[in-house]
Design a protein around this ligand. Structure first.
Ligand SMILES: [Zn+2]
Length: 717
């Protein structure tokens, strides 16, 4: 029997991955994985080797990871009813299977016996690290607990899955339950044409309005909502949208207040059972921060450094509104802040997205980015011809080496080492929105290869980068906004981390690094989008080929840090709220949510006339999955510290200096998780990270040396 989802061809035959094959393929992979785990249990004992234990564990789920990964990928780019139904039918069994691995007593005995044996001393450092990391991860999941407690931890996990799913459904349902239909065009004054067109199309799709009597439908989805909050002159319209948005997850059947308490309680119980003071300590033990207290101190320290600038920005905005309206200066209403900030930004910097778009045709941006990374990292990217064959329609005479894509928009590339010509990896790029495609942008791995050895050729990696960027229109190439260009660079940074990985153990390769380190390779790439020399490589007018004019570039740079303390503070506030709730849940338990919010975030929020209710009830990052970003929201800022600091070496040595690029490839991009991230960082920078470059880049500090909160000294006793 054929199992298309489990086929190992490097060039995936997307046309054969039909929904009818899903159940049989995934069941086959599950059975295989169970058999292989059983073999590890049986082989336990004196004869055990790395290959028969940890090596076998890694291989045991390879086929399932492979098939399930392809299915999840198709779910996110080509959603369709039969496929979705087949995925949902298999989902509980697959998640249960993965969750059961660390709680399998026989398996754990076999692994532990080898992990504690003298044989591990002879392993190379990467395999030894894999043994240590795997043992730690099993222990964090409860492998060492007595049977009764193990059962309790499993029950907590199951309950958390259920409660967090309910939480997410409440947010989604409440978001979708609201809309606002406008039938008088005058009320839309101030909105950009693109936002009006989207609202009109949205109404049409719902059967509302016609040519004679048009209607515009607004929702609480980000693009619709942001356009209204930033641009609508009509205050009543903004207020209506704001009112509805803060009630998401906070009213009637959708009220998440009680669920959050239960989720926090279960997380605390799990942490206690596993010997940690709180959920933050449990979650961060193998991340750079190591402890909840370190992450919290990091957030509070940054808060103290930018609080003055933040207060100034708030006062300036209030003064601006007062001057424009001729009214006395007072705190703004929450539905006024984005609107007046946008007005002020336009006035100060005479800049909007449309002015820059002609300089960012997508193909040129990609080609320039390949050129830049080629120079820096010593690689070459080559596009290859690929064809789209609809699923289920693969002609029998198709050549064996045909490269297929899952949609005609998708392009395919090889990445080669420029010096040796060696094939390091390949990737797909899929940049424009389609209805059955999930929103946002991401990078994913489809296959992790292995470095070559004396008796083995290199096995290349395979990955993909996806976005929902401006599509081509009227025969013109897709012209991107500057933020979209940053998105391409960001995802390509993740991709390089994957494709340039040179790690012997697949589970430690590429982007399998601690959460607060994973955004370093991606975010550092964004810096090139603000650098004149780098921009001149890829930002060229789509008709004339001219670089961005100097005055436009100057305005772009000047606008970069407009109200940067406010954006910075918002991230800190979310991080602070997250860490407080996951380090001291008992301190807040059972109290009124808005009061808790006020207490935690004193000094972190803009003074407003009407106080917004807490966002805890719609904070999907923290509460829509058993762990997710819980106790980890600070990572966004943490990684920004790393990327801003690391980029100073490029600035110092030349942003296109091949020696610097190759050093970054050698110390970070090729290393995956084969060594602790703080070591990799020190290898590249010759020291620990410093805070100052981020604050300087955001225009919030003059240049000086500030040490990041210690990442190494504070370890649990
Ligand atoms: Zn990212």
């Amino acid at each position: 029997m054929q199992h298309p989802f489990l086929e190992e061809d490097f060039h995936v035959k997307w046309s054969t991955l039909v929904p009818e094959a899903i159940e049989a393929d995934i069941r086959h992979a599950l059975a295989e994985a169970r058999e292989q785990l059983a073999a590890i249990r049986e082989a336990a004992g004196v004869e055990a080797t790395y290959e028969s234990t940890f090596g076998a564990l890694e291989k045991a789920t390879e086929s399932l990871d492979h098939g399930w990964g392809r299915l999840q990928h198709l779910d996110s780019v080509c959603d369709e009813p039969a496929q979705r139904a087949a995925l949902n039918a298999m989902l509980p069994e697959v998640s249960d299977f993965y969750a059961s691995i660390p709680l399998d007593a026989g398996l754990w005995q076999a692994l532990k016996a080898f992990g504690h044996s003298a044989a591990t001393r002879d392993l190379d450092p990467v395999r030894r690290r894999f043994v240590e990391e795997t043992m730690a991860s099993f222990i964090e999941s409860g492998a060492d607990l007595p049977p009764e407690q193990k059962q309790r931890v499993a029950a907590i996990e199951a309950e958390l899955s259920l409660l967090t799913k309910q939480y997410a459904e409440h947010v989604l349902d409440a978001t979708n339950a609201w809309d606002l239909v406008v039938t008088e065009e005058a009320k839309l004054a101030g909105l950009p044409e693109s936002a009006k067109a989207a609202a009109l199309a949205n109404a049409r799709a719902k059967g509302l309005g016609d040519d004679a009597k048009p209607a515009w439908r607004f929702t609480l989805h980000a693009p619709s909502m942001m356009a209204v909050m930033q641009h609508a002159d009509d205050e009543a319209l903004r207020r209506a949208v704001w009112d509805a948005s803060v009630k998401v997850g906070a009213e009637g059947d959708f009220d998440n207040g009680g669920l959050v308490w239960k989720i926090l309680e279960l997380r605390q119980e799990k942490a206690t059972a596993l010997g940690h003071a709180h959920f933050a300590d449990l979650t961060l033990v193998r991340r750079m921060a190591k402890r909840g207290a370190t992450a919290l101190a990091f957030v509070e320290d940054l808060h103290a450094r930018i609080a003055g600038a933040f207060r100034r920005e708030c006062a300036e905005l209030a003064a601006y509104k007062a001057a424009k309206t001729g009214s006395p200066q007072e705190p703004l209403e929450p539905w006024e802040t984005a609107y007046w900030a946008e007005k002020r930004r336009r006035e100060n910097h005479a800049l909007d997205d449309e002015l820059l778009r002609p300089y960012f045709p997508v193909d040129r941006v990609m080609a320039g980015m390949f050129e830049l990374t080629g120079r820096l990292c010593g690689v070459r990217v080559e596009p290859l011809p690929a064809v789209f064959i609809p699923r289920g329609q693969r002609p029998t005479e198709t050549a064996a080496d045909t490269i297929e894509v899952w949609h005609p928009d998708v392009t395919f590339y090889d990445l080669l080492d420029a010096a040796s010509g060696e094939h390091l990896g390949s990737f797909y790029a899929d940049w424009h929105p389609r209805e059955p495609k999930r929103g946002g942008a991401w990078m994913n791995s489809l296959h992790t290869g292995l470095p070559g050895g004396p008796h083995r050729p290199r096995e290349p990696h395979l990955g993909l980068i996806i976005g929902n960027l401006t599509a081509p229109l009227d025969g013109k190439p897709a012209l991107l906004t500057h933020a979209e260009v940053e998105t391409i660079f960001h995802e390509f940074g993740h991709l390089l981390h994957h494709l340039l990985s040179d790690v012997e153990v697949k589970s430690l390769a590429g982007t399998n690094v601690p959460w607060d380190f994973v955004e370093l390779p991606s975010q550092i790439m964004e810096n090139f989008c603000w650098n004149r020399a780098a921009l001149d490589l890829f930002a060229r007018h789509h008709q004339t080929g001219a670089p961005i004019p100097e005055d436009l570039f100057a305005r772009m740079i000047a606008a970069r840090n407009f109200m940067s303390a406010s954006a910075f503070m918002r991230q800190l506030a979310l991080g602070k709220l997250d860490l407080e709730l996951h380090t001291r849940p008992g301190h807040y338990r059972g109290r009124d949510w808005d009061e808790v919010d006020r207490e935690i975030l004193a000094g972190y929020k803009m003074p407003l006339k009407t106080e917004p209710p807490t966002m805890v009830k719609r904070f999907n990052h923290l509460f829509s999955s058993p762990t997710g970003y819980a106790a980890g929201y600070y990572s966004y800022k943490w990684a920004e510290v790393l990327d801003a600091d690391a980029f100073t070496r490029f600035e110092r040595e030349g942003v296109m200096n091949p020696a610097t690029g190759r050093a970054f490839r050698a110390a970070v991009l090729s290393k995956g998780n084969s060594a602790p991230p703080e070591e990799l960082y020190r290898d590249f920078m010759g020291r620990d990270p410093e805070l100052a470059p981020l604050l300087v880049r955001a225009g919030l500090a003059a240049s000086c040396v500030l040490r990041m909160v210690s990442t190494a000294a504070e370890r649990p006793m």
